[in-house]
Design a protein around this ligand. Structure first.
Ligand SMILES: [Zn+2]
Length: 438
């Protein structure tokens, strides 16, 4: 672990969640109009209203940020770093989109230098958007994961990633076999899992591109290393769901394909989950698995409008993902904005506190990382961003009309994007500064 012997404080507005607002109501939100965040050795030492925390000992430097807001680093629960260069690709829905754009793009990641180059661009984008942790797809090539983890390690970031497992229904150059996929994953796990802030996720792309044998060996990895994650896609698109039924005729439903391979558990994150039956919702809740909702992607690929209220009624854990390159923005603000609109189309309301929870503490809880990230309580790793509340003239003007913190949060969720992010910190260290070099 990189040790940073710092001892400094930031004075600004501060906002974070300390519980799920669906359970704790307004008490879940802690907001200080004039707050102080005191960091020591990369961790939060204290947080609270300035009049309680100040004065600090003389050796602590205090940086003042008038009309700025400090929030915890965002946690992106589903994103593909190799697809950074194919964001905004025209005209297809999921299955054709994979063939037309994704597979040709991912084929280039057998080249380690290329992989490293894209990993750096991707991490720059995450940090520019205030995202400090992500659950990340590599490609089928082990070197794509080496490149990503090496880049994340150098920046001191908390990241989870894995090599894609894919042994059928894709171009030859993108296929492993059940056995090589297992062996390559195992080597990567031994090399990276638990190194500094890095963790490994077993990553079958989705049921159609893996044989039952490959899925079974993915389950075997989870048995051998119980603290790994499982990261895959589930029920994103109607054509995909139909195809899974044809490929796995004996499975009860889509989730059952994963279930039969031992892939459904509390450390499993399923991207999308747009088209699920009651039984699958129940099973996800019972297993304490997570659905990573990716609204910009669901709209962009025309995949469907997720019923968030139903998932929540069943007790399924929800987090937010950008799903770039099908997603259209690295910003969790833009993601919250689109999530709200999807629920509007369903006649439901997505409370801004709830959306913010899905992007911070809720995501941390889903990833079993709420003991170290997700909010700014003392003892947590100091991953946070400083937002400029005067980032645009419209923002300045609109925020003047806000009468309470809920309104403030909703305006940020709706109008916010990368322009808001003045600086991003990971483990107390500045890893991005707007217009600067970190
Ligand atoms: Zn995806």
């Amino acid at each position: 672990m990189t040790t940073i012997y710092d001892n400094r404080a930031y004075r600004a507005r501060i906002l974070h969640l300390v519980a799920d607002p669906a359970e704790a109501g307004d008490a879940a939100l802690h907001y200080y109009e004039d707050g102080v965040l005191w960091i020591q050795n990369g961790h939060v030492h204290a947080v609270g209203p300035a009049d309680e925390i100040l004065p600090l000992p003389y050796q602590v430097s205090v940086r003042e940020y008038p009309n700025h807001l400090i929030i915890p680093g965002f946690i992106d629960a589903h994103v593909h770093y190799p697809q950074t260069g194919m964001i905004a690709s025209y005209g297809e829905q999921l299955l054709n989109w994979l063939n037309a754009y994704t597979f040709p793009t991912e084929a280039a990641f057998g080249n380690a230098e290329h992989a490293r180059h894209i990993a750096e661009i991707f991490l720059d984008e995450l940090l520019r958007n205030g995202t400090t942790t992500a659950l990340v797809f590599g490609t089928v090539h082990p070197q794509s994961v080496d490149a990503f983890f090496a880049a994340a390690k150098e920046r001191g970031l908390r990241m989870i990633a894995g090599k894609v497992l894919m042994d059928r229904n894709a171009p030859d150059e993108l296929l492993d076999t059940a056995q090589t996929g297992y062996e390559q994953s195992k080597k990567l796990i031994e090399r990276w899992h638990g190194v500094d802030r890095l963790q490994y996720a077993v990553t079958p792309r989705f049921a159609p591109t893996s044989t039952p044998e490959q899925l079974k060996l993915a389950g075997q990895l989870l048995k051998e290393y119980p603290d790994l994650y499982l990261h895959t896609h589930l029920a994103e698109n109607h054509g995909e769901v139909k195809w899974v039924k044809e490929l796995f005729p004996t499975a009860k439903h889509y989730l059952d394909v994963y279930e039969q391979a031992g892939l459904v558990g509390p450390r499993s994150v399923f991207a999308h989950g747009v088209h699920l039956c009651e039984e699958q919702c129940e099973r996800l809740a019972q297993a304490k698995a997570t659905v990573a909702h990716c609204p910009t992607s669901n709209l962009f690929l025309g995949s469907g409008l997720i019923d968030l209220a139903r998932l929540r009624q069943h007790g399924v854990g929800v987090a937010l993902g950008t799903d770039v390159g099908a997603g259209t923005s690295f910003s969790l603000f833009k993601t919250m904005d689109e999530a709200y609109k999807i629920q509007q189309l369903r006649g439901q309301k997505l409370d801004p506190m709830q959306a913010f929870y899905f992007a911070t503490l809720g995501s941390a809880t889903a990833l079993k990382l709420d003991h170290c990230i997700g909010n700014l309580l003392p003892g947590k790793e100091a991953d946070f961003s400083i937002l400029d509340l005067d980032a645009t003239p419209l923002l300045t003007f609109r925020l003047q009309q806000c009468r309470d913190v809920r309104q403030l949060l909703f305006v940020l969720n709706t109008l916010g994007d990368d322009r808001l992010v003045q600086a991003t910190y990971a483990l107390g260290k500045c890893v991005h500064r707007r217009g600067g070099h970190g």
